[in-house]
Design a protein around this ligand. Structure first.
Ligand code: ZN
Length: 410
């Protein structure tokens, strides 16, 4: 998807403002770029912005306006130590509230709803974002934050919460607790708004069934406002995103080139109106795809698919990009295949060979299930592999994150 002219004008305006603020990341990064000369075609040649740059700028190297315009900061914790700080102007906060309020409306939530907010408040953007959007919508916020299940359930019952905002794991924990205590008939929840990460269909079904709610995936990241830049509608699973605030590209994470609409790749986001810390071509490392088909709901906002993993987990074999979620998707629909698998990639006689080891259930025929896996892989992923089944328990288990892909080519 190419950047539209009106989007490009907004990018140029915000980039000009950012580079004029002395001593920040932008002044150095875009020193050699003639901003006026950027066209819709040359936009995709602008350098990416990486998370590491934001980290190197700690604490306020990304601040693009004077101090008196900054009204708050948020921070992403980061697993490597140094956090990333993102400064917000009042307009940034207002724009975020507007986007988030739109998300609630897209999910059919109105000012008559009572929104039970369990994500954490504080430096993190989650709780406060859910709160902002709720207040903008005019609904009743119940600002719980995480933890204390007894209190959560008491408030949920007494205040008759109609919407639950949570991570998928916390929603599941609450759902299980409600089932265990047999209090389902006292719960008035109708909808769940779940922070979008990769979570399986099985988990989705369990939360929806046990709570008796419709589930919505909300997307966002601290570096780009926070949650609230996109959500799915009642008609379909892919998420609409707000292209009057962000421009979204999908790139091949290995080559950095834009992929065709509909193909899977890494989400790269450019902010169009952000003042405190605008970001140009920011690499999110989230994997998804543009959904080119028009949504049955009729809404004009473009769509991306549910997040299907992280680009760091992606591998390229014979020119085909493969990610773990895709392998799991193929395997889960084949009878006789259990959940464990392991991939070996080797380079022999000048070509890449991918061997997929998986565990077969005792009731199936080895040759048949191997043939089925090979055929399904070829038709769904487009790659010829060597399928090798083993009996249940033969593949290694680990209490921590199991390593499933071994690339022996380099
Ligand atoms: Zn829709």
């Amino acid at each position: 998807m190419k950047i539209k002219n009106e989007q490009l004008e907004l990018v140029k305006k915000s980039l000009k403002a950012a580079v004029s603020h002395k001593g920040n990341l932008y002044e150095k990064k875009y020193a050699d770029i003639d901003i006026d000369a950027i066209t819709a075609d040359s936009f995709c040649e602008l350098p990416f912005t990486e998370k590491s740059e934001l980290r190197e700028g700690y604490p306020l190297g990304v601040q693009a306006v004077d101090d008196e315009k900054i009204v708050r900061i948020h921070s992403s914790s980061g697993t490597t130590g140094t956090p990333i700080i993102i400064p917000y102007t009042q307009k940034d906060v207002d724009d975020w509230a507007e986007m988030f309020s739109r998300c609630y409306s897209m999910a059919g939530i109105t000012n008559k709803d009572r929104i039970h907010i369990t994500p954490g408040y504080g430096l993190w953007t989650a709780g406060i974002g859910f709160q902002l959007g709720c207040e903008r919508l005019g609904a009743m916020a119940i600002p719980m934050g995480p933890g204390n299940t007894d209190k959560q359930l008491k408030m949920m019952i007494d205040l008759e919460s109609t919407v639950l905002c949570a991570t998928s794991s916390y929603a599941l924990l609450l759902a299980e607790e409600i089932a265990k205590r047999g209090i389902r008939d006292k719960i008035k929840l109708k909808k769940g708004v779940i922070g979008s990460e990769r979570w399986g269909d099985k988990m989705r079904m369990r939360i929806a069934d046990e709570l008796g709610v419709e589930l919505y995936d909300i997307y966002g990241l601290t570096e780009i406002y926070g949650p609230g830049i996109g959500i799915n509608c009642a008609a379909d699973a892919p998420m609409h995103y707000w292209d009057d605030y962000i421009f979204l590209e999908i790139i091949d994470p290995k080559t950095g080139k834009n992929v065709e609409d509909g193909q899977i790749g890494e989400i790269v986001i450019t902010t169009l109106k952000k003042e405190g810390a605008p970001l140009i071509r920011y690499r999110t490392h989230d994997l998804s795809r543009i959904v080119p088909e028009k949504c049955p709901c009729g809404c004009k906002f473009p769509r991306i698919d549910r997040i299907i993993g992280r680009s760091d987990d992606m591998i390229k074999v014979k020119g085909v990009n493969i990610y773990p979620g895709q392998i799991e998707d193929v395997l889960k629909n084949i009878d006789g295949v259990s959940s464990e698998y392991q991939v070996m990639i080797d380079h022999l006689d000048g070509k890449d060979i991918m061997t997929l080891f998986f565990e077969r259930t005792p009731d199936c025929v080895k040759e048949e299930v191997e043939r089925a896996v090979g055929e399904q892989f070829k038709s769904k992923v487009g790659l010829k592999i060597v399928p090798k089944s083993v009996t249940i328990g033969e593949l290694p288990r680990s209490e921590k994150k199991t390593t499933r892909i071994f690339d022996n080519r380099y």
